[in-house]
Design a protein around this ligand. Structure first.
Ligand SMILES: Cc1cc2nc3c(=O)[nH]c(=O)nc-3n(C[C@H](O)[C@H](O)[C@H](O)COP(=O)(O)OP(=O)(O)OC[C@H]3O[C@@H](n4cnc5c(N)ncnc54)[C@H](O)[C@@H]3O)c2cc1C
Length: 475
């Protein structure tokens, strides 16, 4: 490869990832973004100006060595790049697809100061996909330590914690409430953004490391955390997420035709509710008018899913402005391309219906008020601005809270007034001896990579704790 000067690198334009045509993709659940071709990937990788102190790494909660794997792509050493990525990230093909890079690694890329940052996420996806197709980048455990660790919840936090601990030689068992591992990656994020075989392959890499996954195991029901500790586990990591949906708290929410986004997406993603003969179907959306309340990734996923199920009209109703939507910008763009309508600055006051069935929603227009504790301007109602919208189905996607089952069944597990667990942000250590926690159960609904970062920090802390215990016992 010809050595390029910094100036030459900066003159290469950012390479766009090919995506499927909106008119075609809105009719099926196949993946929307197609990934970089080898030529595009190599060219994109050449844009990296090889900073001496690369700020991008600081933006990555699992500290992927971005500055090292991207030059390997540029030089064509994909096996080397795959090896490095697999060491740093237990779910690289997932992160390359769903991480909000624009507010993390790419936001700190030096090229972004004057132009467009290096497409770090697209390159991560490219290397991870190449590794999967070529059986590269596999990880191996070190010699067994004899320690047993239980991980509760098979979402990104639990999977990452399990992967890191297994590589350090610990015997790890994951207990997962649902019949499939993956957490939100399996039941929340739709296939057209994250194909299930991609998630499956990354989870297989984990079981290849020796991690055991026990599904249909709700900890806090038959068995508690205390039972796990008493039953021979040296440590427990809690990564149970925040899967309890929040509701609008307006009249009419009990009408037939009103779903929480979790239920709607789980039925479609996990239970195949949209297919003929499904045991847990969703209402037939063919020709229906759908309203989705919310402005996050969940709302966008629900709206795009409704489009694919044949809805005639899908509107996202958000109480703030588009610029304030927490959803990934690219996904909002894709949703609009697929025909989803976005109505900004409205809030529902009542869901209306006849004979127990949803028929419409009464909305109020909002305007921007003073900034709230999040720094964003608080939405304020405009008096007398009510208007009615006829709808056949409503999906509520305004956030989730932690499920209370664990804190109710575990002694000494401290929690906040929001129900999240209290844990040290650097180590995940809780106030209960032997128990660590991380991911959405600690932070509230956040992102895949933040959950993974928490899983990684907890794995290191658990390993340090067990090693220190060994040293103490050895005298
Ligand atoms: C629809 C949707 C789309 C999203 N899109 C994005 C995105 O594009 N990018 C992004 O970065 N983030 C996205 N997020 C957020 C992200 O998915 C979460 O922040 C992340 O999954 C949190 O990981 P976690 O491991 O903490 O929890 P989860 O992924 O929620 O996993 C927790 C697991 O624990 C299991 N569990 C719960 N209770 C028990 C119990 N008592 N015993 C055993 N198991 C239990 C659950 O079944 C689940 O499998 C999205 C979220 C949703 C809902």
């Amino acid at each position: 490869m010809k050595e390029l000067s910094t100036r030459e690198r900066m003159q290469i334009p950012r390479q766009a990832m090919p995506v499927r045509d909106p008119a075609e993709r809105r009719r099926d659940f196949e993946e929307v973004a197609l990934g970089l071709t080898p030529e595009l990937a190599e060219r994109e990788a050449m844009r990296c100006i090889l900073c001496k102190r690369p700020p991008c790494i600081e933006g990555c909660p699992v500290r992927v060595r971005i500055d090292q794997f991207i030059p390997l792509v540029a030089s064509g050493d994909l096996a080397g790049a795959a090896r490095m990525l697999a060491e740093d990230n237990a779910l690289p093909a997932v992160c390359g697809r769903v991480c909000p890079q624009e507010t993390q690694c790419e936001e700190l890329c030096v090229l972004g100061r004057k132009g467009l940052p290096v497409a770090i996420g697209a390159l991560e996806r490219y290397v991870a996909d190449w590794a999967r197709e070529h059986g590269a980048g596999r990880q191996a455990p070190t010699a067994p330590t004899g320690h047993r660790i239980a991980v509760v919840g098979a979402g990104p936090a639990g999977l990452t914690c399990a992967s890191d601990l297994a590589r350090l030689g610990h015997e790890v068992t994951i207990f997962e409430a649902l019949h499939e591992p993956g957490g939100v990656l399996a039941y929340g994020i739709p296939r057209f953004r994250l194909p299930r075989d991609i998630v499956g392959a990354e989870i297989r890499a984990l079981t290849d490391l020796g991690v055991e996954i026990v599904t249909d195991a709700v900890i806090g029901m038959a068995e508690s955390i205390d039972d796990l500790l008493a039953g021979g586990y040296d440590a427990v990591f809690v990564g149970v997420g925040a899967g309890l949906p929040r509701f609008l708290d307006v009249p009419g929410e009990d009408l037939v035709g009103v779903y929480s986004a979790n239920e709607f997406l789980t039925r479609v993603n996990l239970m195949k509710a949209h297919q003929a003969g499904a045991a847990t179907p969703v209402i037939d959306l063919d020709g229906a008018r759908v309203a989705v309340f919310g402005g996050g990734n969940t709302a966008v996923d629900a709206a795009r899913t409704a489009v694919r199920l044949g809805a005639a009209e899908v509107a996202m109703l958000y109480r703030r402005t588009r610029a304030e939507m927490p959803a990934r910008a690219e996904e909002v763009e894709h949703a609009l391309e697929e025909g989803v309508l976005l109505t900004e600055q409205v809030a529902p006051v009542e869901l209306t219906g006849t004979d127990g069935r949803l028929e419409g929603v009464r909305l109020l227009r909002m305007e921007q008020g003073e900034p709230d504790e999040s720094g964003r301007r608080r939405p304020v109602e405009i008096p007398g601005s009510e208007f009615d919208l006829p709808i056949d189905l409503a999906v509520v996607a305004i956030g989730n809270a932690p499920n209370p089952i664990l804190r109710r069944t575990t002694a000494d597990l401290e929690h906040t007034k929001w129900g999240t667990l209290v844990a040290d942000p650097d180590t995940g250590e809780t106030r209960k001896p032997g128990v660590w926690a991380g991911g959405d159960i600690v932070t509230g609904g956040a992102t895949v990579i933040l959950a993974m970062g928490a899983g990684r920090r907890a794995a290191q802390a658990i390993h340090r704790h067990l090693t220190a215990k060994n040293d103490l016992e050895a005298g």
